[in-house]
Design a protein around this ligand. Sequence first.
Ligand code: NAD
Length: 469
Amino acid sequence: METYDALLASISALPGTGRTIFNPATGEPVGEAPVHTLDVLEKSVAGAVAAQPGWAALGHDARSAALLKAADAVERSAEELARLLSCEQGKPLNGPNARFEVGACAAWLRATASLPLEPETIVDDGETRAELHYKPIGVVAAIGPWNWPMMIAVWQIAPALRMGNTVVVKPSGNTPLSVLALVKVLNEELPEGVLSVVSCGRDVGARLTEHPAIGKVMFTGSTAGGRAIIKSSADTVKRLTLELGGNDAGIVLPDADPQAIAQDIFWGAFLNTGQTCAALKRLYVHDSIYDAVCEELTAVAKAMPMGNGLDENNVLGPLQNKAQYDVVANLVEAAKSSGARVLLGGDADADQPGYFYPTTLVADIDNDNPLVAEEQFGPALPIIRYSTIDEAVEKANGLDVGLGASVWSSDVAEARKVAARIQSGTVWINRHGAVDPRIPFGGAKQSGYGVEFGVEGLKALGVPQVING
Ligand code: NAD
């Protein structure tokens, strides 16, 4: 375990020209990230190719044991990692934020290590005996976004390693330090070459998606990024898991209790200050309880402090970068000029340091307003009125993405019926965005394909092989 300063210094000392990373809450420098070139990428891939047979030969038990030790290493450095994550990404230490994310890294490593995966006997009828096994793919590229940089890296790394693959990680250029630090800590317990990071721009990173030595790309990011990767990986027929953008709907049924659901709706929408792929981004509320839900939600939202993540009082932080800040500010401005009613927030304060956008609730907004129809990925929630369930379901299904969704009701059986009509990879009932390492998670429509987590997620990091005879 290293001190925070020693951890940062070791990253700054990595080969490659340094690039200063700034804290989105203050504009102050956090540290220096290397800028890796194609040479470094080639060396990392070659190292991963060389290490892979030995890692695969260890078998599931030894690899799981290594993942458990890696989880211990994360816990030993948890406070240093959380501080770095808070300074670089902006999310507060407190609340479901930086410490929570580092805790999730350890939890996912442990859960992935303990998932059962035995060969399956598919047919055994006296004449034919067919068994299904899962072999390692080889080298996996893990390409991730800036919103949950450590946790999503572990979501990609842990099952890939468990299945006997080696991994080259390419973090987002917005949050390289968090991933470099995480990998450094994981590597306290992993053999050399098994896990490496290439801290590079998108142009250099794109090489991973066409590289002949890469067997699979685990990609989490925008739908546009996913489309580009499908194209660039086509010539080498790579396996892909694509976790892409969403614009999740929540439907509040007429029998829901506004006061009882307000807090969970708030966190479903504003987790990580709204910068969460499977956050609730469009809330459909039945006309009969519309005003009550707006009132309760406003009361909860008003009470949630936003500010510098190192201040333990705060549970909401800044947007991670200026581009995302502008997306949110412009969408809210467009909603205001269309005549929508702002219940809370809605005024960007460009004078303050940092990319803080106030918690914003917008009512009486049309379903085709861009704040509803586009992924705003920030702390602004549009609340849309509906009068029949058919209308709400049609609106929820009206976009070409479908990552998550939720139904809110006092009658779980009724909520399940509505859930079955929604086109998304997950539908939560009376909560939103709750992921679990035992339960498959993935998108429908243009939110991607393939699943992560659970035994299904493990299988996605292997090549199915049938032994027949
Ligand atoms: P992004 O697509 O801009 O970038 C994601 C990562 O991919 C970055 O590391 C980027 O450098 C890299 N990248 C992009 N195009 C590439 C290419 N052609 N070749 C190689 N690498 C490439 O996404 P972002 O802005 O960092 O993240 C926000 C988006 O991610 C949102 O749309 C959000 O919904 C989505 N997301 C989805 C999930 C999920 O599980 N479905 C989870 C988190 C975030």
